[in-house]
Write a protein that binds this ligand. Structure first.
Ligand code: NAD
Length: 250
């Protein structure tokens, strides 16, 4: 029997890479999408193959519609029938007070975090929906605790708003496709040890804020991947439009 196929966006590092490894170990054929770092994506693919799994690195900027269309076509041709999507790709820019934010920054953050997730979800629905002859499937979106609890001077208002939009899309889309064999859920990580904080100009952020976490530590990408894989799996067959916080009680 052929393996279920999953696309994981932004999977060359961090939570996406951890999810790719776990998905492959659970028997998925994995599309490791990346935007810039081909070598890192290929390293994830090589490690999966070395462990006996099936994976393919596919380039594509989720914020560019033509790239998304091509990404899904490559997966159709190379891996087969899509049954799962993890909308993981996301960006966090450096902390900034709202009065300093310009439109270009808002467009970058919203285009990657919400337009990118929307475009990939749309392509997934076009393939998975039983209404269009598909076999159903599952989508997991990467939200953030920022969507519901962050706040304070310079605390990434733009990023929080983009993740709030992810939450609304998760619920709305889940209801729209619930009778078409597709489940749509989201994971809300808290502070997780990945390079996103350094990319946002704040290396070492997790260690600086971890005392505000009830469990007094940051999380790992693997701990987030476990929740994502559960939501993708048949074990979550009656869950849609729902959220799992992976945030140490934050
Ligand atoms: P990361 O920066 O390590 O990984 C993000 C990945 O997305 C990178 O590989 C990056 O190249 C890719 N990406 C960015 N823009 C892209 C685009 N336009 N097209 C394709 N890929 C693109 O960060 P991470 O911590 O692993 O984050 C993964 C997801 O989890 C993000 O959506 C992030 O917002 C969310 N999240 C992370 C944390 C945390 O503390 N690390 C907390 C809450 C939510």
């Amino acid at each position: 029997m052929s393996k279920p196929v999953v696309i994981i966006t932004g999977a060359s590092r961090g939570i996406g890479a951890a999810t790719a490894h776990l998905a492959a170990a659970r028997g998925y054929a994995v599309c490791v999408n990346y935007v810039h770092n081909q070598a890192a994506a290929q390293a994830v693919v090589d490690a999966i193959r070395a462990a006996g799994g099936e994976a393919l690195a596919v380039a594509g900027d989720v914020a560019v519609e033509a790239d998304v269309l091509k990404l899904f076509q490559v997966v159709d041709n190379e891996l087969g029938t899509l049954s799962a999507l993890v909308n993981n790709a996301g960006i966090l820019e450096r902390q900034m007070r709202v009065e300093e934010m310009d439109v270009a920054r808002l467009q970058r953050v919203f285009t990657t975090n919400i337009v990118g997730s929307f475009l990939c979800a749309r392509e997934a629905v076009r393939r998975m929906s039983t209404k269009f002859g598909g076999q159903g499937g599952a989508i997991v979106n990467l939200s953030s605790m920022a969507a519901k609890k962050l706040g304070g001077p310079g605390e990434y208002v733009d990023y929080a708003a983009s993740k709030g939009a992810i939450d609304a899309m998760t619920v709305g889309l889940a209801k729209e496709v619930a009778d078409q064999g597709i489940r749509v859920n989201a994971v809300r990580p808290g502070v997780i040890y990945t390079d996103i904080h350094a990319s946002g100009g704040e290396p070492g952020r997790v260690d600086r804020v971890k005392d505000s976490v009830p469990m007094r530590r940051g999380g790992s990408a693997e701990e987030v991947a476990q929740a994502i894989l559960w939501l993708l799996s048949d074990a979550a067959s009656y869950s849609t439009g729902s959220f799992i916080d992976v945030a140490g009680g934050r």
